[in-house]
Design a protein around this ligand. Structure first.
Ligand code: COA
Ligand code: MG
Length: 291
């Protein structure tokens, strides 16, 4: 998933617009963009949308961001939206692998109740929204086969830390959030799931968005969350490996294949060793089976 577009779950108009946005995934939001009094209407609207669209040909993946365990709303969210068989739920305020195991059990029970195949609904966790979560970012490996990705957020974390801001005057993330970003990336890699970069809220600033996408790709993220349809095309472009990158990866794999048993090869006048081969294979695997 190169682009995951957030849509408030109580807005049928925006939900319909999302289907034509070109996003790889839509995240139907029941959490922060929905007021407490609108939770129920958002659940129902999201369910209707899932039922109407999950059979569509060539559709984006359909995710629902549920409310976290601390809210007491999680069960009511799942009771409704599992009936619509979303591709995955986005799990906010996740606190490590144990919390994912807990959510997995909640999904298993409801899949059985609604005649869905066990494990058919995936989980994408937001791994850095509480201070405690930062210390648990390395605990996701092996928690659940449902886990497809980890992402991170700066808004809830800055509230919990009592910070005045999470970006500097130039728009760059400050240290606590750079740490959260790194922990998400390392945690996702350790768990062998997709690392997904956080939202860029300044949705009229395309140059800033592009820069942040490029920095994310450089560091190993393979997708990013969007809040506005205009952000999708930039994300899809930046997170699609270029023809040049693919050709280079193929050439690296071929260079190692030409010298079976070699731990190190010369390539374009530079030394390449096993990590370069692993990286090239990773990129080719991503092309073969986009997540
Ligand atoms: N998904 C689908 N459609 C969207 C959209 C989104 N996230 N954001 C905007 N649109 C639609 C608007 O409804 C509008 O449609 P129209 O031309 O048919 O009227 C069009 O895109 C242009 O929108 P624009 O006027 O530029 O923005 P806005 O002021 O209407 O909305 C936001 C701005 C921030 C309220 C809106 O982008 C939004 O709701 N984003 C998602 C918020 C969210 O889910 N947050 C939680 C995660 S952080
Ligand atoms: Mg939040």
């Amino acid at each position: 998933m190169r682009s995951l577009l957030f849509i408030p779950g109580d807005s049928p108009k925006k939900l319909d617009k999302g289907m034509d946005s070109g996003a790889d995934a839509l995240i139907l939001d029941l959490e922060d963009s929905i007021s407490a009094e609108n939770k129920d209407i958002a659940r129902k609207t999201a369910l209707e949308f899932l039922k109407a669209n999950r059979g569509a040909a060539k559709r984006p993946r359909l995710l629902v961001r549920i409310n976290g365990f601390e809210t007491g709303f999680t069960d009511a969210d799942l009771d409704v939206i599992v009936q619509g068989a979303p591709d995955a739920v986005m799990f906010p305020k996740a606190e490590g692998g144990a919390a994912v195991v807990h959510l997995d059990a909640k999904l298993t029970a409801r899949e059985a109740m609604h005649g869905l195949k066990e494990g058919s609904i995936g989980i994408v966790a937001i791994a850095t929204e509480t201070a405690k979560a930062l210390f648990l970012a390395g605990t996701y490996a092996g928690a659940s086969k449902r886990l497809q990705g980890l992402t991170w957020g700066a808004e809830d974390l800055s509230a919990e830390l009592g910070a005045d801001a999470n970006r500097d005057t130039q728009g760059n993330f400050l240290d606590p959030y750079r740490l959260a970003r790194c922990l998400c990336l390392a945690g996702a890699s350790a768990a062998q799931v997709q690392p997904i970069d956080t939202v860029y809220v300044d949705f009229r600033n395309n140059a800033g968005l592009r820069r942040e996408c490029e920095e994310a790709r450089r560091d190993g993220f393979t997708g990013k969350m969007a809040i506005h349809p205009a952000q999708v095309a930039i994300m899809n472009e930046v997170f699609t490996p270029s023809a040049e990158a693919i050709a280079r990866a193929k050439a690296i794999v071929a260079a190692f294949a030409a010298q079976p048993g070699a731990g190190v090869v010369g390539f374009e006048g530079r030394m390449l060793d096993r990590p370069h081969l692993a990286k090239a294979k990773q990129l080719l695997a991503r092309i073969a089976a986009p997540r």
